[in-house]
Design a protein around this ligand. Structure first.
Ligand SMILES: Cc1ncc(COP(=O)(O)O)c(C=O)c1O
Length: 469
């Protein structure tokens, strides 16, 4: 067998072993970063090593530092696992090694991404003619959409950004909700847009922008000079801005509307949840991820722009060696060379079908509802958000005990979730994003919480047993 075949077989075995270990391994890693640095570090050896030996060592040594994200009890951040077809397709993407920017050269990869983009627009109820740029994640999607927005809005004001730059351009105001995701501010920073150019609109208790407050804010801005950033799925509460009320207000004012729907836009694919995104299709640009709710591996966001001319005008690549066709993927995103990250999306959608996607989104919501109900039954736990979608946010009476509970569950190893602050109080947040999570996972997690809550509320007994369950 060739070295390559032996290395691939070793990777296959190691990957299968890791995935098989997920139900029983502690969710949080057993090794610290320093442990892992010690394991992998040291001076670069002079001599190389056989590829199979490298892969086998890699898999064995990394194991204690792996977090069980693809398992059923990782509820941190907003992440999602990996569907079988998407994982296997991702392996093919690496084996094929296609540079997915060129529609003249990498025809299979570009066709697969184009079809995946069309299916996504259809599922999310967005205009079929919009451009879909496959980017690394929602962070870069927000950047792409807002870059396209700024150029287009300035063009309408008679300013050619690409020729004259931003320094002396007509002033624009970026209007955001108080509970926008931090990646929006970061995207604006990448664009050289400062904090003083952002206006923050008040939100309700769930983090939804208040329509009257938006109206009042826009009255203070010259018509046509605003970009309004709305949100589908607040990262803690899962709340959705009321698009059907807000977008007409922004339109009246000649504003560009961007919707950050990293995980929330997927509500459109479920008949029972579609009402949450009513009106969102009226925006100019949309951010979403496949590596969250669709459960494909990392490195897969989508930047969707209503008028493809707006994304192409901003991102069209140059270079006489590039074998240009019309509509190359590198014209709607910031990269030139990149992997064919849309192929796992095609595979995920093909394996689920429309019904499977709808069932997946419905199940994530049902899991969140079940988790919230179980948490409410634990003495001392208070669920603090409306569980309309996939997020559950809860706390104990004392902030200190809430934080201690967060630490205890990680140490216990049964489940992983992450903490945050909401309304000045510590909260724990539980994000239902994985296709794997089932009722047993929820029951195990609730049992662990029941056990740990009484311990953290008794001073001096914070911590866990160190065993997985
Ligand atoms: C609403 C929202 N926008 C943007 C992001 C950033 O996503 P990514 O990590 O894919 O860049 C997140 C992440 O959770 C999010 O929830």
């Amino acid at each position: 067998m060739s070295e390559r075949s032996r290395a691939l077989d070793a990777a296959h075995r190691a990957a299968s072993d890791f995935l098989a270990s997920l139900p029983d391994r502690p969710v949080w890693p057993r090794a610290s970063l320093d442990d892992m640095r010690d394991t992998f570090g040291g001076p670069l050896p002079d001599a190389g090593e056989d590829a199979e030996a490298v892969v086998t060592r890699l898999a064995t040594d990394a194991d204690p530092g792996l977090v069980a994200i693809p398992g059923g009890r990782f509820f941190g951040f907003v992440i999602g696992g990996t569907l079988p077809a998407a994982l296997a397709a991702d392996w093919l993407v690496s084996a094929w090694d296609q540079n997915a920017g060129s529609s003249t050269m990498t025809t299979a990869a570009v066709a697969l991404e184009r079809v995946a983009g069309e299916w996504i627009l259809d599922l999310l109820g967005l205009p079929a003619t919009a451009s879909v740029g496959f980017v690394t994640g929602a962070q870069m999607s927000n950047y792409v959409c807002l870059a396209a927005a700024r150029r287009a809005v300035l063009e309408r004001l008679g300013w050619d950004l690409l020729r004259r730059g931003a320094r002396e351009a007509p002033p624009l105001t970026i209007v955001v909700g108080r509970h926008r995701h931090g990646s929006v501010d970061r995207a604006l920073r990448f664009l050289g847009i400062g904090i003083d150019e952002i206006t923050v609109v008040e939100t309700d208790g769930e983090g939804r922008m208040l329509p009257d407050a938006l109206r009042a804010t826009l009255r203070t801005i010259a018509p046509g000079h605003a970009i309004v950033c709305l949100q589908a799925g607040e990262v803690h509460t899962g709340a959705f801005d009321r698009f059907a009320q807000l977008i007409p207000v922004a339109r009246e004012h000649g504003a560009w509307v961007h919707v950050d729907g990293a995980f929330g836009l997927w509500a459109a694919a479920s008949p029972g949840l579609r009402h949450l995104v009513d009106g969102a299709e009226g925006a100019d640009s949309w951010t979403t991820d496949a590596h969250k709710t669709l459960n494909v591996p990392y490195d897969c966001g989508m930047a969707i722009v209503r008028d493809p001319a707006d994304s192409v005008a901003m991102f069209r690549a140059g270079g006489d060696y590039l074998m240009y066709a019309s509509h190359d993927p590198w014209d709607v995103g910031p990269e030139l060379s990149r992997r064919a990250r849309g192929v796992p999306v095609w595979a995920a959608l093909r394996s689920l079908g429309r019904t499977g996607v709808s069932e997946l989104i419905g199940r994530l919501h049902a899991n969140a509802v079940d988790m919230a109900e179980g948490l409410r039954r634990i003495d001392g736990v208070r669920v603090v958000n409306d569980v309309d979608y996939t997020q559950v946010m809860f706390r104990l009476h004392e902030d200190e005990a809430t934080r201690a509970l967060g630490e205890a569950i990680l140490r216990d190893g049964t489940a992983a979730l992450t903490g945050a602050e909401w309304d000045g109080h510590a909260v724990l947040r539980c994000s239902m994003s994985s296709w794997v999570t089932d009722s047993d996972d929820i029951a195990l997690t609730l049992t662990a919480f029941g056990r740990l809550v009484s311990r953290v509320r008794t001073p001096g007994t914070v911590g866990g047993s160190g065993t997985p369950r």
